[in-house]
Design a protein around this ligand. Structure first.
Ligand code: V47
Length: 349
């Protein structure tokens, strides 16, 4: 392993990594990935459910929220959600990933009852639900502390938290792209408290919009600091910004080279986060497969239905076919390993 892979880099040193050649970065990141995971690429068989798109917040990048450019507001009934869950359990799906918009009209119990009812019927199903942005919204809307909301999540059956809502932690960029939503400090505090309960979570980074390279690095370093403290993050997930149907109005798109450099650098910088996910939904399946050689060891899962990124142009509305997914991982020289939500290995495909 080369020197930079072993050293802990600060913002300017890590930002300078972008000046290196893509393949040089790839080699270092791949070395780290292979030391941690060999040639295994993890995925899970999962289903996303987005129960409502009615949102009191106004993030400029969001095409999903019905208060922005999406003209079709919806709020699913619990019966509808349970019907989906009954069906996926029959098909041996192991995880349900539930993320909603910040709907001020449903009441707190509506959110909690989703998890409680699912767990009552299917205690073995892993419920990954509520981003820190939703936790903050519920806390403010219903006058409860973060601790109270997190305890209610545990009581009602949430097993782990997804990494959404992190966006970019730099306060200037954050103010521009999603003013009024959970702040960076609050996002990190909510995950700290969740980890203190012995629970795991993920962490995302939305990039390829107005942020600069140094903002991505700053984002990674804030994650590294919290991870040193709690060890509760399972996975880092860089999300490539999707440009359609939103108010950010970005004209210049990020290149594959810059995406892969960001993946590789995150593998190098986040030396204490075990897994790096190439989220095929926002990178495309093909680039996610290439990212396996630039540090990524996880490709998320089959998803089945995806509403947030597909609203902004991603080709992910109907998930991906399991057999095809497995075949593609193998064809690219890696070993597809089905995992559960907490990264226990279930099956080598
Ligand atoms: O937080 C919204 C992002 C996230 C756009 O934890 C956009 O395993 C790109 O967090 N372009 C939700 N991204 C998705 C998410 C996630 C996905 C998969 C796995 C996990 C996990 C978490 O989607 C939001 C926001 O950052 N998003 N709009 C857009 N136009």
């Amino acid at each position: 392993m080369t020197k930079i892979a072993r050293e802990r880099l600060g913002v300017s040193e890590a930002t300078a990594l972008y000046e290196k050649d893509l393949f040089e970065l790839g080699e270092i990141a791949d070395g780290i990935r292979r030391r941690l995971h060999g040639d295994k690429t993890y995925f899970n068989i999962n289903r996303h459910i987005n129960p409502t798109n009615v949102c009191k917040d106004v993030c400029k990048f969001c095409a999903y929220s019905a208060s922005r450019k999406n003209p079709n507001p919806y709020t699913m009934s619990h019966d509808d959600i349970l019907r989906i869950v009954d069906d996926i359990v029959l098909r041996d799906i192991k995880e349900v990933h539930i993320v909603s918009a910040h709907n001020p009209d449903t009441g707190l119990q509506w959110y909690l009852d989703i998890f409680r009812k699912i767990k009552q019927q299917h205690p073995q199903l892993h419920v990954k639900a509520l981003t820190a942005a939703e936790v903050h919204f519920l806390s403010e809307q219903y006058g409860k502390s973060y601790d109270e909301i997190l305890d209610l999540m545990v009581e009602n059956g949430v097993d782990s938290m997804p990494g959404g809502g992190a966006e970019i932690f730099d306060e200037g960029v954050r103010d521009y792209i999603c003013k009024g939503k959970v702040t960076s400090e609050q996002w990190l505090e909510i995950h700290r408290k969740w980890h203190q309960r012995g629970k795991k979570s993920n962490v995302t980074m939305l990039f390829g919009h107005v942020e600069e390279r140094k903002h991505r690095i700053d984002h990674m370093l804030r994650i590294r600091d919290l991870q040193d403290e709690t060890g509760g993050f399972n996975c880092f997930i860089p999300l490539v910004y999707q440009p359609e149907n939103n108010f950010l109005n970005i004209k210049e798109f990020i290149t594959a080279n810059e995406i892969l450099k960001t993946m590789a650098i995150s593998r190098i910088v986040l030396d204490n986060v075990p897994n790096l996910k190439a989220y095929w939904v926002t990178s495309t399946v093909n680039l996610a497969l290439v990212a396996q050689e630039f540090g990524a060891n996880d490709l998320d899962g089959t998803i089945e239905k995806e509403s947030i990124n597909s609203a902004a142009g991603a080709k992910s509305a109907n998930g991906v076919n399991l057999e095809e997914f497995v075949h593609l991982i193998k064809e690219s020289g890696f070993s597809p390993v089905e995992r559960d939500s907490l990264y226990n290995e279930l099956k080598v495909w």
